[in-house]
Structures are given as C-alpha cells and as structure tokens.
Ligand binder design. Structure first.
Ligand code: C2E
Ligand code: MG
Ligand code: MG
Length: 394
C-alpha cells in the first residue's frame, strides 16, 4: 500500500482538483471530497496520511472538522487552505495543534504552486513509511549523520559568541536523501532503537569535538536524549565512559532531555539525572512549554538549563500572548536559577526580545540552520559573520 495517501476537502472542485494534481505528481494516492459528508465517507476506509482541508465550507466549517478529527485521534498530518484572514488561519492551525493534531501548516487562496509543493513535500517526508528494520540497518550501516546548529551567547554584544552547538541527527537515506529526525525518531522510540541511535549520535558528536579541537575550535555540544532512555540506571556510567574514551570533559557535553511521553518512573529519572550532574554533564530541559515537559520535572529534577520551545519564540512580534508566555517562562526559569535558551530565533525582533528579557543563549535560523560539521567550522571562521568563539584557541 502506498504510505502517502492524501484526502483533500474543498467545496470548490477546481481547488481540490488542483491539489490532487500536484499531490499525485509527488507520489500521493489522492481522494477528493467536495463536501464534509463525502470527506467522512472516505476518511475511515482510505486512512489518509495527509489531510488538506478548506477552512470555509458551507455545511461544516474547518474548525468543527478539526475538532472532529481530534476526537477520532486522527494521526494524519493536516494542512489548511483558506481564503480568510491570515490571523484566523494561524489561529485555526494553533487550535489544531492544541487538540493534538499534527499540523503541517496553512496555505492562502489563491494557492501558489511552490507553497503547495513545499507543504505537501513536508507531508511526504514524514510519511515515508520507514520501518524499524530499515532504521536498524541504517544505524548498523552508518547512514546516520549529525548536523550542528550554533547556540549563541547573548551576553556577548556586539559579537555573536558561539557558546555551544546542538547535535541534530539526520538519516542520509540511500533512496530518499537526507531525512529529518521527525521521520524516524518516533519509529526509534516505538521499536526500542532509541538507545542505539542515541549512542550512535553521542559517538559522532564526541568524535567531532576532537576534530574541531584540532582545528582550534573549542566547542561544547548538546545532544538530545529521549526521555525513554532515562530508564536505564547504567546510562550515566555508559556516557561517562564514552566521553573518557574520546577524551572529552563531561562539562563540554550538554544532555538535552526531550519529551515524547510521560515520565514513567520519576524516582528512577531523578536518580539518573542527578548522577549526570554529579559527573559534570550539563542538563537541559528541552521544548519547555509544550507536550509533557512539566513543572513537576522542573521542581524535582536537577536541570541547569531550560530551552523555551520554538512554537512560542516563532510568534514573537506576531502574538502578544506568545511574548507574554516567553517572558513568563524566562522569569520562571531564572527564579529557579536556570540558564535560559530561546530556540527558533528567525528574526532580529525575536533576538532583541529574548535578549531584553535576559535569556542567556539563543538558537535559530537567523544565526544558522543546522549544518554539517565542515560548514559549521567555515561559518565560525568567516569574519563577516560577526562571530567569536568562546574559549577558542584560534
Ligand atoms: P529540538 O531538540 O527541539 O531541536 C530543535 C529543532 O528546531 C531542530 O529541528 C532545528 O532544526 C529546529 N530549529 C532550530 N532553529 C529554528 C528556527 O529558527 N526556526 C524553525 N522553524 N526551526 C528551527 P530538527 O533538526 O528537525 O529536529 C527535530 C527534533 O528531533 C529535535 O527537536 C529533537 O527533539 C529531535 N532530535 C533531533 N536529533 C535527535 C537525536 O539525536 N536524538 C533524539 N532523541 N532526538 C533528536
Ligand atoms: Mg534539542
Ligand atoms: Mg527544542
């Protein structure tokens, strides 16, 4: 069965035909619906991987449809098309996400071909139908690669000092090219492959630290550790052993705890995290403000950094509420003695805002997207980028 199945619903048949045409060109099987009744008639049988829906339809509006999809625990990725005000569309998108739906993004009518292709491609990326076996082979055959995104120190005006960088895994797939972690991390988490994947990323990152050292770039690296890995009491010793083997001081490794599920055993997690800190590793609570990352964790766990989730940071300058949330998270973090990192900085306005509220570090496309190790070294060493490296011997 083709894993890429798209269901489009729009009361304007021309639009659904146009979307169908483009989607088929990208490899989707497509079913078109021009009414919500037709949509529901197809939905259960077709089991779409992507849904494209018109926000304004005569019988039932898109918001009702989103709610109904959430009630059915729809696992498809959802794109919205609309002719109304951009803000309404954005709100609908946020609403979908808050109902737990996987939102792909939105498109304004008249729908531009490039934008449509881009959004559908994103949906395609995440529906490759990757299996656990393929992923197991990929780990074994060294197909996983790591890209690095710099984290800048905001206290270092006027330069952008690179405080550290975050290691973000990619799969260099022989057939599809570079796949984003969102395609395969969920598979790894479901299939018990998250630990071998994490060890693979740690090795690559530790090895890379050594290579950068040889180039005179003294960088710390943050590695993402899924909550699921934190049920193994042997983990702190194992990671310490790896760091020793690669001759990297634990203080140069920051472990970012990512959240994809509720904490199963808080006492066990606390034991493991405390031992990480005692061994000198940095500990960061990733994506604060979303999902399961909770106040309980902050209260009990020995983190030294908190990362404000990009979903709020991306809205700085657009939404007053998002700005208030970012400010409150920063206050909370600072009051608890944590260092604050804002992720998802895409514009100067967001950078000045997070600096003004005292965030210590920031990360985002404004500075750099995640890039290969060689590209990162070039980026840092290019004087025009206004960068300085903290602790560099260069
Ligand atoms: P994360 O740890 O929160 O990483 C930040 C994500 O935000 C990265 O996506 C990064 O490319 C993206 N990002 C950074 N700056 C911006 C920006 O300015 N705008 C926007 N729109 N996005 C930005 P990426 O690389 O696709 O990673 C997604 C998630 O996958 C990560 O979120 C992390 O939770 C997970 N992940 C990545 N590598 C690993 C890994 O080695 N192990 C585990 N367990 N999870 C990983
Ligand atoms: Mg992270
Ligand atoms: Mg994050």
């Amino acid at each position: 069965m083709n894993p890429n199945r798209l269901l489009v619903v729009d009361d304007e048949p021309d639009i659904s035909a146009y979307v169908a045409d483009v989607a088929e060109g990208l490899g989707f099987d497509v079913v078109r619906a021009n009414t919500t009744d037709q949509f529901w008639a197809s939905y259960s049988e077709f089991v779409p991987s992507v849904v494209v829906l018109d926000l304004n339809m005569p019988q039932s509006d898109g918001v009702q449809l989103l709610r109904a999809l959430a009630e059915k625990r729809c696992g498809a990725q959802i794109a919205i098309i609309s002719g109304t005000d951009k803000r309404v569309v954005k709100t609908a998108e946020r609403l979908g996400a808050s109902h737990g739906l996987k939102m792909l993004g939105s498109l304004q009518k008249p729908v531009a071909l490039r934008a449509l292709r881009k959004i559908l491609n994103k949906g395609l990326d995440e529906t490759r139908g990757v299996t656990a076996d393929e992923l197991r082979h990929a780990i074994r055959d060294h197909q996983l690669v790591v890209h690095y995104q710099p984290k800048i120190d905001l206290k270092s005006e006027p330069h952008w000092n690179i405080a550290a960088c975050e290691a973000l895994v990619r799969w260099d797939h022989p057939q599809y090219g570079i796949l984003s972690p969102e395609t395969f991390i969920p598979v790894a988490e479901k299939s018990g492959l998250i630990s071998p994947l994490t060890v693979c990323v740690l090795r690559l990152a530790l090895e890379q630290i050594g290579r950068w050292d040889e180039q005179g770039l003294s960088l710390s690296v943050a590695v993402n550790i899924a909550q699921q890995c934190l049920n193994d009491l042997a983990l702190p010793d194992a990671i310490e052993g790896l760091a020793k083997r690669y001759d990297v001081a634990p203080s140069r490794l920051i472990l970012e705890i990512t959240e994809s599920g509720a904490m199963t055993d808080a006492a066990l997690t606390m034991d493991i995290l405390t031992r990480f800190r005692l061994k000198g590793f940095g500990l960061s609570l990733d994506d604060f403000g979303t999902g399961y990352s909770s106040l309980i964790q902050l209260h009990r766990m020995p983190f030294n950094e908190m990362k404000i989730d990009k979903s709020f940071v991306l809205e700085i300058g657009v939404s007053d509420e998002a700005e208030q949330i970012v400010r409150s998270i920063a206050d909370l973090g600072h009051n608890l003695g944590l260092s604050l990192c804002a992720e998802g900085i895409e514009c100067e306005e967001a950078l000045s805002f997070v600096r003004s509220i005292g965030c210590e570090t920031a990360q985002g496309y404004l500075v750099s997207k995640p890039v290969s190790p060689a590209e990162l070294a070039t980026f840092i060493q290019t004087p025009a980028n206004n960068l300085e490296l903290v602790g560099t011997s260069a």
